[in-house]
Write a protein that binds this ligand. Structure first.
Ligand SMILES: CC(C)(COP(=O)(O)OP(=O)(O)OC[C@H]1O[C@@H](n2cnc3c(N)ncnc32)[C@H](O)[C@@H]1OP(=O)(O)O)[C@@H](O)C(=O)NCCC(=O)NCCS
Length: 170
């Protein structure tokens, strides 16, 4: 499996992958137009020449990014595609010298294995202003906010400082 930056012709496949999980309210829905507009945010994983997974890195200002829309085709899960996507997006964040990368998830145990630690939602007001205020589950949110890199993540983890720029490969 190979992770690479998405290209515009990948947009329809990315839309399909996200839509499948959006129907189950696992991911936020993304329209095809929105995906095309933000295609440069996306990375994909290919297997046998087919796109089998996608994910996006969205920048909030110059020191915080969010990993979002991570999806791997059901029949190709648990083969490392998700990990490759997250590592590629983190490498991109590092390339851009972003200090912290956050995400919101219902499977914190998965992302903990990739170095993310839980933080309070309030520590990420940028996300609240962008998405949460429009979310039907705003008052009954069941997602864990997580961060890799930066002081809030280290404080939440209650462990020694680990510089973000050295905390993942790529
Ligand atoms: C979550 C997801 C991206 C993981 O991708 P993947 O390619 O299957 O995962 P990887 O192969 O990188 O990692 C596999 C490991 O993660 C664990 N894992 C996979 N999905 C998991 C889940 N939902 N909850 C907890 N652990 C999970 C597996 O047990 C496996 O562990 P092992 O190596 O000890 O067997 C994929 O299952 C998916 O697309 N899920 C639906 C969409 C979604 O939930 N996206 C994340 C929203 S924040």
């Amino acid at each position: 499996m190979l992770a690479r930056k998405a290209r515009l012709p990948d947009a329809r496949r990315i839309h399909e992958l996200i839509a499948e999980y959006a129907r189950e309210e696992i991911l936020l829905p993304r329209s095809l137009a929105e995906i095309c507009e933000n295609i440069r945010d996306f990375a994909v994983v290919e297997s046998g020449g087919e796109v089998v997974g996608c994910g996006a890195l969205h920048f909030y200002g110059d020191d915080l990014a969010e990993i979002r829309s991570i999806a791997v085709a059901r029949d190709l899960q648990r083969q490392g595609a998700g990990r490759r996507l997250v590592e590629a997006l983190l490498a991109e964040a590092r390339h851009h010298r972003v200090g912290r990368v956050c995400l919101f998830t219902r499977i914190p145990e998965y992302f903990a294995r990739l170095g993310f630690v839980p933080v309070s939602h309030e520590s990420l007001p940028q996300k609240i202003w962008k998405d949460c205020l429009r979310c039907p589950r705003f008052y009954r949110c069941d997602e864990t906010a997580m961060v890799v890199g930066g002081a809030p993540a280290r404080a939440a983890a209650g462990r020694a400082a680990r510089p973000f720029l050295h905390s993942f490969p790529g």
